[in-house]
Ligand binder design. Structure first.
Ligand SMILES: *Cc1c(COP(=O)(O)O)cnc(C)c1O
Length: 418
Protein backbone atom coordinates (compact mmCIF):
# COMPACT_ATOMS: atom_id res chain seq x y z
CA UNK A 1 0.00 0.00 0.00
CA UNK A 2 1.10 3.53 -0.59
CA UNK A 3 -0.85 6.61 0.22
CA UNK A 4 -1.10 8.99 -2.74
CA UNK A 5 -0.45 12.36 -1.18
CA UNK A 6 0.52 15.69 -2.73
CA UNK A 7 3.47 17.69 -1.38
CA UNK A 8 1.57 21.00 -1.24
CA UNK A 9 -1.61 22.39 0.29
CA UNK A 10 -4.49 23.68 -1.79
CA UNK A 11 -3.66 27.21 -0.71
CA UNK A 12 -0.01 26.79 -1.65
CA UNK A 13 -1.00 25.39 -5.03
CA UNK A 14 -3.29 28.35 -5.73
CA UNK A 15 -0.47 30.78 -5.08
CA UNK A 16 1.78 28.77 -7.43
CA UNK A 17 -0.93 28.80 -10.11
CA UNK A 18 -1.35 32.56 -9.70
CA UNK A 19 2.22 32.85 -10.98
CA UNK A 20 2.39 29.86 -13.32
CA UNK A 21 -0.89 28.98 -15.02
CA UNK A 22 -1.91 25.34 -15.43
CA UNK A 23 -1.01 22.94 -16.88
CA UNK A 24 2.48 22.41 -15.47
CA UNK A 25 4.69 19.70 -14.08
CA UNK A 26 5.93 20.22 -10.54
CA UNK A 27 8.68 18.14 -8.90
CA UNK A 28 9.16 17.63 -5.19
CA UNK A 29 12.88 18.19 -4.50
CA UNK A 30 12.71 16.81 -0.97
CA UNK A 31 11.01 13.63 -2.16
CA UNK A 32 13.60 13.07 -4.90
CA UNK A 33 16.56 13.66 -2.58
CA UNK A 34 15.28 11.55 0.32
CA UNK A 35 14.45 8.66 -1.99
CA UNK A 36 17.82 8.60 -3.74
CA UNK A 37 19.63 8.85 -0.40
CA UNK A 38 17.73 5.80 0.83
CA UNK A 39 18.63 3.93 -2.35
CA UNK A 40 22.34 4.72 -2.19
CA UNK A 41 22.45 4.00 1.54
CA UNK A 42 20.89 0.58 0.98
CA UNK A 43 23.88 -0.34 -1.19
CA UNK A 44 26.58 1.09 1.07
CA UNK A 45 28.05 -2.44 1.40
CA UNK A 46 28.81 -2.54 -2.35
CA UNK A 47 32.20 -1.41 -3.63
CA UNK A 48 32.02 2.05 -5.28
CA UNK A 49 28.26 1.74 -5.69
CA UNK A 50 26.99 4.15 -8.31
CA UNK A 51 23.58 5.17 -9.56
CA UNK A 52 23.60 6.69 -13.05
CA UNK A 53 20.31 8.54 -13.48
CA UNK A 54 18.68 7.62 -16.79
CA UNK A 55 18.44 11.15 -18.15
CA UNK A 56 15.65 10.28 -20.58
CA UNK A 57 13.23 9.98 -17.65
CA UNK A 58 13.44 13.68 -16.73
CA UNK A 59 15.92 15.51 -18.96
CA UNK A 60 15.98 18.73 -16.99
CA UNK A 61 19.37 20.13 -15.92
CA UNK A 62 18.04 21.35 -12.57
CA UNK A 63 16.83 17.87 -11.67
CA UNK A 64 20.17 16.46 -12.86
CA UNK A 65 22.00 18.99 -10.67
CA UNK A 66 19.89 18.05 -7.66
CA UNK A 67 20.92 14.41 -8.18
CA UNK A 68 24.54 15.26 -8.95
CA UNK A 69 24.80 16.81 -5.46
CA UNK A 70 23.82 13.40 -4.08
CA UNK A 71 26.67 11.71 -5.97
CA UNK A 72 24.47 10.41 -8.77
CA UNK A 73 25.88 10.16 -12.29
CA UNK A 74 24.06 10.05 -15.61
CA UNK A 75 23.01 7.35 -18.04
CA UNK A 76 22.80 8.84 -21.53
CA UNK A 77 21.81 7.43 -24.87
CA UNK A 78 21.83 10.42 -27.18
CA UNK A 79 23.89 13.45 -28.10
CA UNK A 80 21.39 15.81 -26.47
CA UNK A 81 21.61 13.90 -23.19
CA UNK A 82 25.43 14.09 -23.29
CA UNK A 83 25.28 17.84 -23.93
CA UNK A 84 22.87 18.23 -21.00
CA UNK A 85 25.46 16.48 -18.79
CA UNK A 86 28.16 18.81 -20.08
CA UNK A 87 26.03 21.84 -19.18
CA UNK A 88 25.40 20.47 -15.67
CA UNK A 89 29.08 19.57 -15.23
CA UNK A 90 28.65 15.81 -15.19
CA UNK A 91 31.65 14.35 -17.04
CA UNK A 92 34.04 11.39 -17.29
CA UNK A 93 33.17 8.17 -15.55
CA UNK A 94 30.13 9.83 -13.94
CA UNK A 95 28.48 9.18 -17.31
CA UNK A 96 27.61 5.84 -18.80
CA UNK A 97 26.69 6.04 -22.46
CA UNK A 98 24.20 3.19 -22.84
CA UNK A 99 23.03 3.81 -26.37
CA UNK A 100 21.95 1.55 -29.19
CA UNK A 101 21.93 2.01 -32.97
CA UNK A 102 24.34 4.88 -32.29
CA UNK A 103 25.62 7.33 -34.93
CA UNK A 104 29.38 7.84 -34.67
CA UNK A 105 29.12 11.55 -33.79
CA UNK A 106 27.45 10.46 -30.54
CA UNK A 107 30.24 8.01 -29.70
CA UNK A 108 32.72 10.78 -30.52
CA UNK A 109 31.08 13.12 -28.02
CA UNK A 110 30.96 10.39 -25.36
CA UNK A 111 34.65 9.58 -25.95
CA UNK A 112 35.57 13.27 -25.81
CA UNK A 113 33.77 13.59 -22.47
CA UNK A 114 35.49 10.48 -21.09
CA UNK A 115 32.18 8.69 -20.55
CA UNK A 116 32.04 4.96 -20.00
CA UNK A 117 30.93 3.52 -23.32
CA UNK A 118 28.49 0.64 -23.07
CA UNK A 119 28.46 -1.18 -26.42
CA UNK A 120 25.15 -2.58 -27.54
CA UNK A 121 26.62 -4.80 -30.24
CA UNK A 122 29.83 -6.63 -31.11
CA UNK A 123 30.05 -4.86 -34.49
CA UNK A 124 30.34 -1.53 -32.70
CA UNK A 125 33.87 -2.45 -31.64
CA UNK A 126 35.04 -2.27 -35.26
CA UNK A 127 32.81 0.78 -35.80
CA UNK A 128 34.62 2.68 -33.06
CA UNK A 129 38.05 1.49 -34.21
CA UNK A 130 37.29 2.52 -37.77
CA UNK A 131 36.22 6.04 -36.83
CA UNK A 132 38.38 6.68 -33.78
CA UNK A 133 41.52 4.76 -34.76
CA UNK A 134 41.59 2.90 -31.43
CA UNK A 135 39.43 1.67 -28.60
CA UNK A 136 39.08 3.44 -25.25
CA UNK A 137 40.88 1.89 -22.26
CA UNK A 138 37.57 1.09 -20.61
CA UNK A 139 34.59 -0.57 -22.23
CA UNK A 140 31.33 -2.05 -21.08
CA UNK A 141 29.24 -4.60 -22.99
CA UNK A 142 25.49 -4.94 -22.92
CA UNK A 143 24.24 -8.50 -22.44
CA UNK A 144 21.03 -9.98 -23.83
CA UNK A 145 20.47 -13.31 -22.08
CA UNK A 146 17.96 -14.49 -24.67
CA UNK A 147 15.33 -16.97 -23.59
CA UNK A 148 15.16 -17.14 -19.81
CA UNK A 149 12.57 -19.86 -19.67
CA UNK A 150 15.06 -22.39 -18.43
CA UNK A 151 16.97 -22.23 -15.20
CA UNK A 152 14.07 -21.26 -12.97
CA UNK A 153 14.79 -17.61 -13.40
CA UNK A 154 12.00 -15.32 -12.28
CA UNK A 155 12.81 -12.55 -14.73
CA UNK A 156 9.80 -11.66 -16.79
CA UNK A 157 9.71 -10.38 -20.33
CA UNK A 158 11.18 -11.80 -23.48
CA UNK A 159 14.81 -10.71 -23.88
CA UNK A 160 15.07 -12.82 -27.05
CA UNK A 161 12.53 -10.47 -28.63
CA UNK A 162 14.45 -7.36 -27.58
CA UNK A 163 16.76 -5.48 -29.95
CA UNK A 164 19.31 -4.78 -27.23
CA UNK A 165 22.57 -6.33 -26.25
CA UNK A 166 24.83 -9.20 -27.28
CA UNK A 167 24.61 -12.93 -26.87
CA UNK A 168 26.76 -14.76 -24.35
CA UNK A 169 29.15 -15.99 -27.07
CA UNK A 170 29.48 -12.46 -28.44
CA UNK A 171 30.31 -11.09 -24.99
CA UNK A 172 33.14 -13.62 -24.64
CA UNK A 173 34.38 -12.89 -28.16
CA UNK A 174 34.21 -9.12 -27.52
CA UNK A 175 36.27 -9.40 -24.33
CA UNK A 176 38.84 -11.68 -26.03
CA UNK A 177 39.27 -9.23 -28.88
CA UNK A 178 39.32 -6.05 -26.83
CA UNK A 179 41.84 -7.27 -24.22
CA UNK A 180 44.35 -7.58 -27.08
CA UNK A 181 43.40 -4.22 -28.55
CA UNK A 182 44.04 -1.73 -25.81
CA UNK A 183 41.12 -2.24 -23.44
CA UNK A 184 42.19 -2.89 -19.86
CA UNK A 185 39.05 -2.14 -17.85
CA UNK A 186 35.89 -4.12 -18.54
CA UNK A 187 32.30 -3.79 -17.44
CA UNK A 188 29.12 -5.74 -18.07
CA UNK A 189 25.62 -4.35 -18.41
CA UNK A 190 22.12 -5.63 -18.92
CA UNK A 191 18.56 -4.45 -18.64
CA UNK A 192 15.96 -7.18 -18.78
CA UNK A 193 13.21 -5.82 -16.56
CA UNK A 194 11.11 -2.68 -16.74
CA UNK A 195 8.82 -1.05 -14.19
CA UNK A 196 9.40 -4.09 -11.96
CA UNK A 197 8.02 -4.09 -8.43
CA UNK A 198 8.94 -7.71 -7.65
CA UNK A 199 12.44 -7.72 -6.20
CA UNK A 200 12.98 -11.33 -7.27
CA UNK A 201 13.09 -10.21 -10.89
CA UNK A 202 15.68 -7.57 -10.00
CA UNK A 203 17.74 -9.94 -7.88
CA UNK A 204 17.52 -12.44 -10.75
CA UNK A 205 19.18 -9.86 -12.98
CA UNK A 206 22.06 -9.59 -10.53
CA UNK A 207 22.48 -13.38 -10.33
CA UNK A 208 22.53 -13.59 -14.11
CA UNK A 209 25.24 -10.95 -14.31
CA UNK A 210 27.42 -12.50 -11.59
CA UNK A 211 27.25 -15.80 -13.46
CA UNK A 212 28.25 -14.00 -16.65
CA UNK A 213 31.24 -12.38 -14.90
CA UNK A 214 32.39 -15.82 -13.73
CA UNK A 215 32.03 -17.19 -17.25
CA UNK A 216 34.00 -14.27 -18.72
CA UNK A 217 36.79 -14.94 -16.25
CA UNK A 218 36.79 -18.65 -17.03
CA UNK A 219 36.78 -18.21 -20.81
CA UNK A 220 39.00 -15.14 -21.20
CA UNK A 221 40.99 -14.77 -17.99
CA UNK A 222 39.60 -11.23 -17.66
CA UNK A 223 38.04 -10.14 -14.40
CA UNK A 224 35.40 -7.50 -15.06
CA UNK A 225 35.67 -4.45 -12.82
CA UNK A 226 32.09 -3.28 -12.84
CA UNK A 227 28.57 -4.52 -13.41
CA UNK A 228 25.67 -2.24 -14.27
CA UNK A 229 22.24 -3.78 -13.66
CA UNK A 230 20.49 -1.18 -15.84
CA UNK A 231 17.25 0.40 -14.69
CA UNK A 232 13.85 -1.14 -14.32
CA UNK A 233 12.98 -0.60 -10.67
CA UNK A 234 9.27 0.05 -10.82
CA UNK A 235 6.96 2.73 -9.51
CA UNK A 236 3.88 1.82 -7.47
CA UNK A 237 1.49 3.76 -9.67
CA UNK A 238 -1.60 2.26 -8.04
CA UNK A 239 -2.44 2.95 -4.40
CA UNK A 240 -2.73 -0.79 -3.72
CA UNK A 241 0.79 -1.47 -5.03
CA UNK A 242 3.84 -1.44 -2.80
CA UNK A 243 7.03 0.41 -3.75
CA UNK A 244 10.25 -1.61 -4.01
CA UNK A 245 11.92 -2.16 -0.65
CA UNK A 246 15.49 -1.02 -1.35
CA UNK A 247 16.85 -2.76 1.76
CA UNK A 248 15.36 -6.11 0.74
CA UNK A 249 16.57 -5.69 -2.85
CA UNK A 250 20.05 -4.83 -1.65
CA UNK A 251 20.12 -7.77 0.76
CA UNK A 252 19.18 -10.16 -2.05
CA UNK A 253 21.88 -8.81 -4.35
CA UNK A 254 24.41 -8.93 -1.49
CA UNK A 255 23.63 -12.59 -0.87
CA UNK A 256 24.15 -13.37 -4.57
CA UNK A 257 27.37 -11.34 -4.66
CA UNK A 258 28.79 -13.12 -1.64
CA UNK A 259 27.88 -16.51 -2.99
CA UNK A 260 28.94 -16.08 -6.58
CA UNK A 261 31.65 -13.41 -6.67
CA UNK A 262 33.32 -13.68 -3.27
CA UNK A 263 32.56 -17.40 -3.04
CA UNK A 264 34.41 -18.09 -6.27
CA UNK A 265 37.43 -15.95 -5.50
CA UNK A 266 36.65 -13.31 -8.12
CA UNK A 267 38.17 -9.87 -7.41
CA UNK A 268 35.77 -7.25 -6.05
CA UNK A 269 33.38 -5.83 -8.66
CA UNK A 270 31.87 -2.34 -8.51
CA UNK A 271 28.11 -2.33 -8.83
CA UNK A 272 25.85 0.18 -10.52
CA UNK A 273 22.27 0.85 -11.49
CA UNK A 274 20.94 3.24 -14.09
CA UNK A 275 17.44 3.83 -12.82
CA UNK A 276 15.28 6.62 -14.11
CA UNK A 277 11.65 5.90 -13.41
CA UNK A 278 11.89 5.26 -9.66
CA UNK A 279 14.21 8.26 -9.14
CA UNK A 280 11.82 10.96 -10.31
CA UNK A 281 8.55 9.21 -11.24
CA UNK A 282 6.74 9.36 -7.88
CA UNK A 283 7.96 12.91 -7.16
CA UNK A 284 6.51 14.68 -10.19
CA UNK A 285 2.91 15.83 -10.59
CA UNK A 286 1.01 17.13 -13.59
CA UNK A 287 -1.25 19.91 -12.37
CA UNK A 288 -4.23 20.82 -14.53
CA UNK A 289 -7.59 22.55 -14.25
CA UNK A 290 -10.99 21.08 -15.06
CA UNK A 291 -12.33 23.34 -17.83
CA UNK A 292 -15.29 21.35 -19.19
CA UNK A 293 -17.81 18.82 -18.06
CA UNK A 294 -19.72 16.85 -20.64
CA UNK A 295 -22.52 14.32 -20.15
CA UNK A 296 -23.37 12.09 -23.10
CA UNK A 297 -23.27 8.30 -22.92
CA UNK A 298 -20.56 8.73 -20.31
CA UNK A 299 -19.47 11.59 -18.08
CA UNK A 300 -16.37 13.45 -19.16
CA UNK A 301 -14.17 15.96 -17.39
CA UNK A 302 -12.05 17.96 -19.83
CA UNK A 303 -8.73 19.28 -18.59
CA UNK A 304 -6.47 22.04 -19.86
CA UNK A 305 -3.74 19.37 -20.10
CA UNK A 306 -3.66 16.60 -22.68
CA UNK A 307 -1.63 13.53 -23.60
CA UNK A 308 1.05 15.84 -25.00
CA UNK A 309 1.84 16.58 -21.32
CA UNK A 310 1.70 12.97 -20.15
CA UNK A 311 1.14 10.24 -22.66
CA UNK A 312 1.55 7.10 -20.58
CA UNK A 313 -2.21 6.59 -19.97
CA UNK A 314 -3.05 7.02 -23.67
CA UNK A 315 -0.02 5.10 -24.91
CA UNK A 316 0.04 2.15 -22.53
CA UNK A 317 -3.28 2.40 -20.72
CA UNK A 318 -1.24 3.15 -17.59
CA UNK A 319 -2.93 4.03 -14.34
CA UNK A 320 -2.02 7.42 -12.89
CA UNK A 321 -3.67 8.33 -9.64
CA UNK A 322 -5.72 11.54 -9.59
CA UNK A 323 -6.30 13.89 -6.67
CA UNK A 324 -9.00 16.54 -6.91
CA UNK A 325 -7.59 19.32 -4.74
CA UNK A 326 -9.72 20.20 -1.75
CA UNK A 327 -11.77 17.02 -2.19
CA UNK A 328 -9.24 14.55 -0.81
CA UNK A 329 -11.67 13.42 1.87
CA UNK A 330 -14.84 13.62 -0.27
CA UNK A 331 -16.46 10.31 -1.26
CA UNK A 332 -15.39 9.03 -4.71
CA UNK A 333 -19.01 8.60 -5.76
CA UNK A 334 -18.78 9.78 -9.38
CA UNK A 335 -17.43 7.92 -12.39
CA UNK A 336 -15.61 9.96 -15.02
CA UNK A 337 -13.42 9.73 -18.05
CA UNK A 338 -10.82 12.47 -17.58
CA UNK A 339 -9.79 13.77 -20.97
CA UNK A 340 -7.42 16.06 -22.82
CA UNK A 341 -8.11 18.11 -25.92
CA UNK A 342 -6.31 16.21 -28.69
CA UNK A 343 -8.35 15.04 -31.66
CA UNK A 344 -7.52 11.50 -30.57
CA UNK A 345 -10.07 9.46 -28.69
CA UNK A 346 -7.33 7.83 -26.61
CA UNK A 347 -6.40 11.22 -25.13
CA UNK A 348 -7.69 10.26 -21.69
CA UNK A 349 -5.89 10.42 -18.36
CA UNK A 350 -8.40 8.06 -16.77
CA UNK A 351 -11.29 5.94 -17.93
CA UNK A 352 -14.25 5.02 -15.70
CA UNK A 353 -12.43 6.44 -12.67
CA UNK A 354 -14.22 6.74 -9.35
CA UNK A 355 -13.64 10.30 -8.21
CA UNK A 356 -15.36 12.91 -6.07
CA UNK A 357 -17.77 15.21 -7.89
CA UNK A 358 -15.64 17.51 -10.04
CA UNK A 359 -16.62 21.12 -10.65
CA UNK A 360 -15.34 23.41 -13.35
CA UNK A 361 -12.24 25.16 -12.04
CA UNK A 362 -11.20 22.31 -9.77
CA UNK A 363 -7.46 21.67 -9.73
CA UNK A 364 -6.63 18.16 -10.83
CA UNK A 365 -3.32 16.65 -9.76
CA UNK A 366 -2.09 13.64 -11.71
CA UNK A 367 0.41 11.61 -9.72
CA UNK A 368 3.64 9.80 -10.61
CA UNK A 369 4.25 11.96 -13.66
CA UNK A 370 7.88 12.77 -12.82
CA UNK A 371 9.43 10.25 -15.21
CA UNK A 372 8.50 9.86 -18.87
CA UNK A 373 5.96 12.66 -18.33
CA UNK A 374 7.13 16.01 -19.64
CA UNK A 375 10.01 14.12 -21.26
CA UNK A 376 7.69 12.32 -23.67
CA UNK A 377 5.87 15.53 -24.56
CA UNK A 378 5.17 16.31 -28.17
CA UNK A 379 3.55 18.98 -30.31
CA UNK A 380 0.87 17.08 -32.21
CA UNK A 381 -2.24 19.19 -32.82
CA UNK A 382 -0.08 22.23 -32.08
CA UNK A 383 -0.09 21.53 -28.37
CA UNK A 384 2.60 23.36 -26.45
CA UNK A 385 4.75 21.68 -23.86
CA UNK A 386 4.11 22.94 -20.37
CA UNK A 387 6.43 24.52 -17.84
CA UNK A 388 8.36 22.50 -15.25
CA UNK A 389 8.57 23.74 -11.67
CA UNK A 390 10.72 22.59 -8.79
CA UNK A 391 9.22 22.74 -5.31
CA UNK A 392 12.03 23.17 -2.79
CA UNK A 393 11.94 21.89 0.74
CA UNK A 394 11.43 25.41 2.13
CA UNK A 395 8.32 25.87 -0.02
CA UNK A 396 10.07 28.03 -2.64
CA UNK A 397 9.06 27.27 -6.20
CA UNK A 398 11.57 27.57 -9.01
CA UNK A 399 10.71 27.70 -12.70
CA UNK A 400 13.11 25.13 -14.18
CA UNK A 401 11.69 25.22 -17.70
CA UNK A 402 9.30 27.78 -19.05
CA UNK A 403 6.23 26.78 -21.02
CA UNK A 404 6.55 26.71 -24.80
CA UNK A 405 5.08 29.57 -26.82
CA UNK A 406 3.70 29.62 -30.34
CA UNK A 407 6.99 31.24 -31.39
CA UNK A 408 8.83 28.14 -30.14
CA UNK A 409 6.45 25.93 -32.07
CA UNK A 410 6.94 27.89 -35.27
CA UNK A 411 10.67 28.48 -34.83
CA UNK A 412 11.60 26.02 -37.57
CA UNK A 413 9.23 27.55 -40.13
CA UNK A 414 10.12 30.44 -42.39
CA UNK A 415 6.83 32.19 -43.12
CA UNK A 416 8.58 34.89 -45.17
CA UNK A 417 9.01 32.49 -48.11
CA UNK A 418 5.28 31.75 -48.35
C1 LIG B 1 15.36 3.47 -20.00
C2 LIG B 1 16.66 2.96 -19.62
C3 LIG B 1 17.05 2.97 -18.29
C4 LIG B 1 16.17 3.45 -17.19
O1 LIG B 1 15.12 2.61 -16.98
P1 LIG B 1 14.05 2.90 -15.82
O2 LIG B 1 12.98 1.90 -16.09
O3 LIG B 1 13.61 4.28 -16.01
O4 LIG B 1 14.73 2.70 -14.54
C5 LIG B 1 18.32 2.54 -17.99
N1 LIG B 1 19.16 2.10 -18.93
C6 LIG B 1 18.81 2.07 -20.23
C7 LIG B 1 19.80 1.60 -21.23
C8 LIG B 1 17.55 2.48 -20.62
O5 LIG B 1 17.20 2.44 -21.90
Amino acid sequence: MNEKKVPFTGEQLESIIAQYPTPFHIYDAKGIVENIRRFIKAFSWAKDFKEYFAVKATPNPYIMRLLQKEGVGADCSSLAELVLCEKVGITGSDIIFSSNDTPYEEYAKALEMGAIINLDDITHIAYIEKHNGRLPERLCFRYNPGSLKEGGNTIIGLPEEAKYGMTQDQIIEAVMYCKDHGVSHFGLHTMVVSNELDINGLIGTAELMFDLALLVKEKTGVEVEFIDFGGGIGVAYKPEQTPVDFEALSAGIKRAYEEKIEGNGHSPISLAFECGRMVTGPYGYLVATAIHRKDIYKHYIGLDACMANLMRPALYGSYHHITVMGKEQAPADHVYDVTGSLCENNDKFAIDRQLPKIDIGDRIVIHDAGAHGHAMGFNYNGKLRSAELLLHEDGRVELIRRAETLDDLFATLDFSKL
